[in-house]
Design a protein around this ligand. Structure first.
Ligand code: NAD
Length: 414
């Protein structure tokens, strides 16, 4: 079983590389992270005690430009997970044509158990610790699980204080008031929906009335839910880490979001039946959107999945074994590096706007995002048809080709 995300990321890479004619040295270079930083740092807690935290920042490659990737706060963060996510960020940026390499960061912590002051201390200290790697020309972090606008504002402010002037372009996913971008908050979910709409067209399933099931109702899952509902689909089940809710008639997901904001969970939403995360995957539906953690669908539960389309809002929600089982059954899987690339695409727009101090309107942002994702979806589809491979392999072939080409053109220094 490959529940370790780093092993499955390498396994996917090895599977893809067989379709490319690259030199062994380039393959070895592409397969390894360029640099890895581990930081152990103290934080003063509210009760006066001092607690040591461990964090990471990994850059996978810089062949195409500065590195880009989120910062995760979660108790299960490991260096291997951060390595895997950094590598996936490289392929994600390359598949949608962004001038970035991949990075990722993380701190082992449970943000829910920390006060706001403790979280601020942790974030500012972590930002200072990784400042040897982070800058607007070299490495630009963004939110991931457990972090959001607030943490990005603290990081921007910390970096700016050290430099003596404001540097909004050092981080994306910031609040609008300090150089954030319109459309960023919904961008990943919007991308999940845009690619799902393309997949529905490909599989001749009408969006009107299509049943959608979502795991995870956070920054990715919640906008994906209400945006697909706006297209006429019926979101029948949603879950978060506390459990799930189900309604055969469809949920009003904007109302559910308002409920979850006040209650801290979707559980108990009036007029619904409760459902476990395990049973949620087995619901008959047209679209399943795993938008929470990695390795959620494995060899153990893949055979229970009844969805016709899986839209990978989360990074690596399927293990390679589950992927194989579902592909064999003809399930249309939109791979994570394409499906959830909307977030980094609008992060790129935010960075460009910050560097130019010139801001765009929301319609323009959403339209540019749509064009990039629809075009990338078509490129991946054509590659899959040309090479007779699944979409995940096709997306990776496109991405790896682009990065490898940049490496070869640049040459090996010295
Ligand atoms: P988030 O912290 O905002 O939300 C995560 C959601 O998943 C929450 O609703 C949480 O309750 C739920 N969850 C956690 N553990 C769960 C479990 N065991 N079972 C069911 N639900 C569970 O995080 P997010 O930013 O929405 O990220 C979700 C996924 O999307 C991650 O894999 C992340 O790497 C990926 N992603 C995020 C972005 C982004 O822009 N935020 C972009 C691309 C990919």
């Amino acid at each position: 079983m490959t529940d370790n995300l780093y092993l499955s990321t390498l396994q996917e890479f090895d599977k893809t590389i067989r379709h490319l004619h690259l030199k062994a040295g380039i393959i070895a270079y592409l397969r390894s992270p360029k640099r890895e930083l581990t930081v152990n740092f103290p934080v003063e807690m509210d009760d006066g005690s001092v607690r040591l935290f461990t964090g990471y920042r990994v850059h996978h490659t810089t062949a195409l430009g500065p590195t880009k990737g989120g910062i995760r706060y979660h108790p299960s963060v490991t260096l291997d997970e951060v390595r895997a996510l950094a590598m996936r960020m490289t392929w994600k940026c390359a598949v949608v044509g962004l001038p970035y390499g991949g990075a990722k960061g993380g701190v082992i912590c449970d943000p829910k158990t920390l006060s706001i002051r403790e979280l601020e201390n942790l974030t500012r200290r972590y930002a200072t610790e990784i400042a040897i790697l982070m800058n607007p020309q070299g490495d630009i972090p963004a939110p991931d699980m457990g972090t959001g606008e607030r943490e990005m504002a603290w990081i921007m402010d910390t970096y700016s204080m050290h430099h003596g002037y404001s540097v909004p372009a050092v981080v994306t996913g910031k609040p609008l008031a300090i150089g954030g971008s319109l459309g960023r908050a919904e961008a990943t979910g919007r991308g999940v929906v845009l690619t799902t709409l393309e997949a529905l067209k490909q599989t001749n399933i009408p969006v009107e009335g299509a049943r959608v099931v979502l795991q995870g109702f956070g920054k990715v899952g919640a906008p994906a839910a209400y945006l697909i509902e706006e297209h006429g689909a019926k979101v029948i089940a949603v879950s978060d880490e506390s459990g799930g809710v189900y309604s055969a008639h469809g949920l009003n997901t904007r109302d559910l979001l308002a409920y979850a904001k006040t209650q801290g969970t979707v559980v108990g939403y009036p007029g619904t039946e409760s459902i476990s995360n395990a049973d949620l995957f087995a619901l008959p539906c047209e679209v399943l959107m795993p938008c929470a953690l990695a390795s959620q669908i494995t060899a153990a539960n893949a055979s229970r999945v009844q969805a016709k389309i899986i839209a990978e809002g989360a990074n690596g929600p399927l293990t390679p074994e589950a992927d194989e089982i579902l592909l064999e059954r003809g399930v249309f899987i939109i791979p994570d590096i394409l499906c959830n690339a909307g977030g980094v695409t609008v992060s790129y727009f935010e960075w460009v706007q910050d560097l130019q101090s010139f801001f765009w309107g929301e319609e323009e942002i959403n339209e540019r995002l749509r064009q990039i994702l629809v075009r990338s979806f078509q490129h991946v589809l054509h590659m899959a048809q040309e090479k007779h491979v699944d979409l995940r392999t096709a997306a990776q072939i496109l991405a790896i080709q682009r990065v490898a080409e940049a490496m070869q053109i640049r040459g090996i220094y010295p």
